[in-house]
Design a protein around this ligand. Sequence first.
Ligand code: GRF
Length: 191
Amino acid sequence: MKKRVAILISGGGSNMVSLVDAMQSGKIDAKPVLVLSNNADAGGIAKARDKGVATEVVDHRLYNGDRVAFEIALHNTITKYNPDILCLAGFMRVLTAGFIKKWEGKMLNIHPSLLPKYTGLHTHQRAIDASDSKAGCSVHIVTAKLDDGPLLRQAEVPILTGDTAETLAARVLIEEHKLYPAALEAFVDKY
Ligand code: GRF
């Protein structure tokens, strides 16, 4: 039986597209059963629909800062699709330990830095400001600590003279689109 994968996004969803394409082409032995966004305006929702993947929006703003209520709605929506694996792909909400526990060992995330360096936001600017010679991206299993958890794969890119956060982010994103499908493929194979 193919593993069922739900992908959580907040924005453009380019990583989501790379995952869906890898599954739909048969490169990954898994099926994308849901793309869910916390943001109704996320461009990725239309992209997922175009690819024939079910979509849902659970708008965190409706819960007025009540993270637990939001996560109950999130969990109830996700479980309707019976996924085996959750992939966070540019999902910009911090999840509580209670939610993460429900998906322990089954939830992956991609982060645009060479973890453990630069958890959180503004990773590219922070790497440039620190005069690092390289940046990159990491796929890891999600644990209760933000951008922590066992690393599955990383890819490095050089930081070039004159790089801005934008030019570096664009170069890292190209690697993200290769890294995440490769990490999911290996994860599914060992599942
Ligand atoms: C990616 O850089 C991802 O690593 C970060 O947010 C960005 C999302 O891009 N967490 P996209 O929505 O996948 O295009």
